[in-house]
Design a protein around this ligand. Structure first.
Ligand code: NDP
Length: 295
């Protein structure tokens, strides 16, 4: 069993981003600038946004966190997004999900100028991704593809089973793995809560991507020998054992699945770190105007 080490890969790619950013800043006289909007004070979201901001600083970006009270109206939020869309000093904009129930996440996502949509959630970016055209790829699937590429894992012709079909992870992951690209060229099965006999489906996977949101959901009896196992899940549980007061668990029963896997991502230390890398790469591309011309 080999570990797909998110710490090692993300550190290496962030070093590259840092060098590219320094060159961009020297040539343009400005830093790439990411704005993150955070609504309310959900503990998980706070941690994710803080980590994104910290990593921006680390690679030499400017970052701004705009915070709203949980009661902010949809109209006020969208007005702010429209203001940012027009601001030439801001390259990338993300709105941390989930949003409170009174705000429609689809309306918010579509309000973001697709040229600043560094989360890659806008329908224009998703459509362009499906067509294999230049676009911002959602950060988590992007990070997973970068990780597979880093380890030189040959995915062509393999059967990939993705568990979970969310717009931000499972669905785009299935598209990327099926695309005619490297990594890619998989035969993909996309499964979800209505899938019949999930265990049989997952057992067919040479590659398994677990993005469900349930601790230890994928167990050893669902995994064939030699499978490549990518665990996207981040499940927080209160704990007295850690300084932070919580512990993270993946969607895969790591201890029992790892001995059967050829490659596996740990949680923490796997996909989560790569998601940040995906976001940083998208933001740098947005600043450079290489995917969509500036203006
Ligand atoms: P969602 O809740 O949006 O989607 C979960 C998916 O899992 C749905 O498609 C759902 O099916 C499916 N599902 C739920 N229960 C079952 C079941 N019993 N059998 C089969 N499928 C099931 O979650 P996300 O995609 O946003 O996130 C998934 C996990 O990944 C979470 O733990 C989240 O915290 C984590 N995450 C981690 C990131 C990282 O950087 N590492 C980034 C983003 C998320 P249906 O559609 O039918 O309801």
């Amino acid at each position: 069993m080999n570990i797909l080490d998110g710490k090692e890969v993300s550190t290496k790619i962030k070093e590259d981003i840092k060098v590219e950013t320094a060159a961009f800043t020297a040539a343009s006289g400005r830093k790439p600038h990411l704005v993150a909007i955070l609504v309310g004070n959900d503990g998980g979201s706070e941690t994710y946004v803080a980590s994104k901001m910290r990593n921006c600083e680390l690679v030499g970006f400017e970052s701004t966190n705009i915070r709203y009270d949980v009661e902010v109206s949809e109209a006020e939020l969208i007005a702010k997004i429209q203001e940012i869309n027009k601001d030439p000093n801001i390259d990338g904009l993300i709105v941390q999900l989930p949003l409170p129930a009174h705000i429609d996440p689809d309306k918010v996502t579509e309000a973001i100028d697709h040229r600043k949509d560094v989360d890659g959630f806008h329908p224009i970016n998703l459509g362009r991704m499906q067509r294999n055209l230049p676009c911002f790829i959602p950060a988590t699937p992007y990070g997973i593809m970068l990780m597979l590429a880093h380890y030189g894992i040959d995915t062509a012709g393999k059967h990939a089973v993705v568990v979970g079909r969310s717009n931000i992870v499972g669905s785009p992951m299935s598209i990327l793995l099926a695309r005619n690209s490297n990594p890619g060229n998989c035969t993909v099965t996309l499964t979800h809560s209505k899938t019949k006999d999930l265990k049989t489906e997952v057992l067919r996977g040479d590659i398994i991507v677990a993005a469900i949101g349930k601790k230890n959901f994928v167990t050893a009896d669902m995994v064939k020998d030699g499978a490549i196992v990518i665990d996207v899940g981040i499940n927080r549980e209160n704990s007295t054992e850690t300084k932070s007061g919580f512990k993270l668990y993946g969607d895969v029963d790591f201890d029992n699945v790892a001995p059967k896997a050829s490659w596996i991502t740990p949680v923490p230390g796997g996909v989560g770190l790569m998601t940040i890398v995906g976001l940083l790469k998208n933001t740098l591309e947005a600043a450079k105007g290489t995917i969509y011309a500036k203006g």
